[in-house]
Design a binder for this molecule. Structure first.
Ligand code: KIV
Length: 280
């Protein structure tokens, strides 16, 4: 069954946890969707995981659209959220609505996500008013890495905690139906989850959020990034490397491909090949 804003909000009301993973391509999206993950985030983390940048800042709207379309083609049931990249919504409310519209129209995804609290409430309100569901993102917001001076836990200290809670209340008021809480101390994340009707999705914010998101490469053990909050559910990266080494050896030793992997039956006759050989 297709996950929608309504089914996801109902899950929160019933106290059922919501799963979310990032994903950026068709083949992986098919697997994530078939596994029953409720929502997929086409995160601008793809700048780091897929493109090899140090931050998410260089990612463009056009790039997001290309990755987003591939994910949408691979999904049946997952609710798909498109990240709005850096500088695609900060400049003005009009710019935010126009770009959110492009992300939805040109990919077929279901919602957009943008980073920030009080500062982006006008954008959230206008995007929701134009008919696009919005997931907010507060706490550690990677697009502000240069302001934070690194990827650091937010909401530490009483003043910061109050600011993060206030941001949550404001983005909800502006119309966000979901909010990512990134690196927010767990008790504060629990407080926000209890005080809001929007869905809270935690990343490094403890178990009391309504749901959890992880960057797919991190949880599979493919990524190089190893923050404390990432549980590596497997070491697929190490396994992939072994498989690549086996392939390398088989190609170099002439073991692959043997006749099992060749179209022997439809091959030309020896007589014809001999004739061909003589002709040229
Ligand atoms: O871009 C992303 O993948 C994100 C998650 C880390 C929440 O914003």
């Amino acid at each position: 069954m297709k996950n929608t804003t309504a089914t996801l909000l109902e899950m929160k009301q019933k106290g059922e946890k919501i799963s979310q993973l990032t994903c950026y391509d068709y083949s992986t999206a098919r697997l994530v969707d078939a596994a029953g993950i409720n929502t997929i985030l086409v995160g601008d983390s793809l700048g780091m995981t897929m493109q090899g940048y140090d931050t998410t800042l260089p990612v463009t709207l056009e790039e997001m659209i290309v990755y987003g379309r591939s994910v949408v083609r691979g999904c049946k049931d997952a609710f798909i959220i498109m990240d709005m990249p850096f500088m695609s919504y900060q400049v003005s409310v009009e710019q935010a609505v126009e770009n959110a519209g492009r992300l939805i129209k040109e990919t077929g995804a279901n919602a957009v996500k943008l980073e920030g609290g009080a500062a982006v409430c006008s954008q959230i309100r206008a995007i929701v008013d134009s008919g696009i569901p919005v997931c907010a993102h507060i706490g550690m917001t990677p697009q502000s890495v240069n302001v934070f001076g690194g990827f650091k836990v937010q909401g530490k200290g009483e003043a910061n905690a109050e600011r993060v809670l206030n941001d949550a209340l404001l983005v909800q008021e502006a119309g966000a139906f979901m909010c990512v809480l990134e690196c927010v101390p767990p008790k504060l994340a629990g407080l926000i989850t209890g005080k809001t009707e929007m869905i809270t999705i935690g990343i490094g914010s403890g178990v009391q959020c309504d749901g959890q998101v992880l960057v797919l490469q991190d949880m599979l053990g493919i990524g190089e990034f190893r923050p404390k909050f990432v549980k590596r559910f497997d070491e697929i990266g190490a396994r992939m490397k072994e498989v690549f080494q086996t392939y390398d050896q088989e190609v170099k030793n002439g073991v692959f491909p043997d006749e099992t992997y060749a179209y022997g039956k439809s091959d030309c006759s020896d007589e014809f090949l001999k004739e061909l050989d003589g002709k040229y």
